[in-house]
Unconditional design. Structure first.
Length: 216
């Protein structure tokens, strides 16, 4: 496989994960894309902002190609009390964050196109034995990071309004399954969990999740 072929394959997977992450915002209110959906505050717009920051670093300063617009968003770098920076501030609009992400894509894509895969960068926050990864390693790392958060976004979106799917135009869900069928499937899994774990009723469902059997 040539360098160009490897880049093309890796970039395809990166771009797919990027687009899925943004797609999970479609049709939701400004409240829903910001609302914390886990006890640690995970939220959809915050995931987009975080992934933008990841690319901004790994395909920017790490390989000596800093993205000039990096400081346009607040990365909470001066707040020692900040537990997690994975959120957009009230002053950062949906449009601002998503446009920033798309501009970072363009910068990243130019880096990927221009540099050989064996180009080495410097990641100061990585362990010493891994501190100078190749562009190839940075691509794999960023694909893994973006896909992981796209999976988070998939679950969060379903918990908000029930919407699910692999990517835009491809649901990857059984076409014959309606709400009643999914409720039956849910009840079956809940019954299995309760029979094995014996903890029926101990935990509250996620926001937007189907109610436990027998609950109003």
């Amino acid at each position: 496989m040539t360098d160009a072929d490897a880049k093309q394959t890796l970039h395809w997977y990166l771009q797919n994960a990027r687009e899925v992450l943004l797609w999970k915002l479609d049709g939701l209110s400004d409240y829903d894309i910001r609302r914390p959906m886990t006890p640690t505050g995970t939220n959809l717009l915050g995931l987009v902002k975080h992934c933008a920051g990841v690319e901004c670093g790994y395909f920017g300063a790490v390989v000596d190609r800093p993205f000039s617009g990096e400081k346009e968003l607040d990365w909470h770098e001066d707040d020692d009390a900040e537990l997690s920076g994975i959120y957009a501030t009230a002053a950062e609009s949906r449009q601002q964050v998503t446009d920033f992400y798309r501009r970072v894509w363009a910068h990243s894509d130019a880096t990927i196109q221009q540099l050989p895969l064996d180009t080495r960068g410097t990641v100061p926050w990585w362990p010493a034995d891994r501190r100078h990864p190749t562009l190839h390693a940075l691509l794999v790392h960023t694909i893994q990071e973006t896909a992981r958060h796209a999976g988070h976004a998939d679950i969060i979106r379903e918990a908000i309004d029930g919407a699910a799917g692999l990517r835009e135009g491809v649901s990857n869900m059984p076409p014959e399954a309606d709400a009643a069928a999914w409720k039956q499937h849910y009840d079956k899994l809940e019954s299995i969990a309760a029979s094995v774990g014996g903890e029926e009723g101990k935990y509250a469902p996620l926001p937007g999740a189907l109610p436990r059997p027998g609950t109003p």
